[in-house]
Design a protein around this ligand. Sequence first.
Ligand code: PLP
Length: 421
Amino acid sequence: MQLSSWGTTMSRLSGIRSIMDDIAATAGRQSDGAWCNLSPGNPAHIPEVVDTWRRLAGEALREDFFAAGGQYGPSRGTNALVDAVVRYFDAAYGWGIGPENVVVGPGSQLLAYMAVNAFTGPTAGGERELVLPCVPDYTGYQGLSMAEGGTAGVEPVVVHEDERRFRYAVDLDAVRRRTSMGAMLVSSPGNPTGRCLDAAELDGLIAIAEERGVPLIVDHAYGQPFPRVVDAPLAPVFHPHVVNCFTFSKAGLPGERLGFAIGPAEVIDVLVSFTANAALHAPQLVQTAAARALDSGDIDVLAAKTINPYYRAKRLTAEELLHDRLPESVDWRLHSSDGGMFCWLWIDHPWFDDLDAYRELKNRQVFVVPGRHFFVPPLDTPFLAGHGRRCIRLSLSGEEDVIARGITCLGDVLTEQQRNA
Ligand code: PLP
């Protein structure tokens, strides 16, 4: 059977597909201590979070089973959830939005996929590309565009903060040089780095989106208002050229596939049609539970009192372990973090190769993610050919002993690789 060009593009083994394969390889095996998985974006199983969602899902099941689960509903999302989102965001940010500005989808990944393909690829004005304004960024963005080679990543400016710490900055001039842009997409706080856009960067990207007449899609998967794994105060903005994506995944429901987007009505309307055509609508029982979480304020309690402090503590522990267990003689640097669920490490030596390190760690039953998956291939610029192969991502959502074991193994691997170099 002959695959179409879209079929060929979508069937390639992407970074996200290999992460999902690693999740499958370790699923159910963490408990016997065999695998040490510092790879997935799965949120941690925090007892208070699990209890709250179990209670809310139980209420939805008891009280709304037929209304929510027993019949088809609106492609925009259930009235209960859409109205709850409108009330919640108006109260939090004073946006003055209405239901026409909201669409609920089966996960924010699918919402991003729809938004990207609605504005990039072949258009009446020629091929338009998806621009990632600051790579490295979420590896799941690379499989979104159905156009072959339809995604361009813009290299960041690297800022050295001290001998163990660095940071990327958005190169707005380089973003502006992308001439055939159809949409921009950025995560903030970012996966893998934990960096948040600052006000000047966000304003700069919005100005470019306006100049080019394209949407800027901002992915708040880890940010405000929930799960709020973020310490930087920059709030999301409502703007005619900004589509904001939010998800319940990192607030404890990754398996239920529920996200929503807020943006200008004409863009949201496109996404509602896309949803109707591709999926009819998102699952509804979980929408009922999510509406209850927003209306009751339970989601704010979880975000502020449980999820945010949990990851802040994990991050501190991981940083201490890195300083304690990685060899003094190795030039490793950590991206300074504003939030998120990961540590992004740069091992600045020609002998370090992220894929070799991944394989070596996997032999010791430790999973990390090779850094190259977060840069848009081909890694053919001098910066990416070097830097793009010298980074790895570690997840903070495992138990402390798993993180400690993984970082200890990483220290052993680095010591051996340096000795053999
Ligand atoms: N955006 C980012 C930055 C992510 O890291 C992830 C998952 O890891 C997603 C989106 C996917 O979110 P969802 O589960 O809502 O599809």
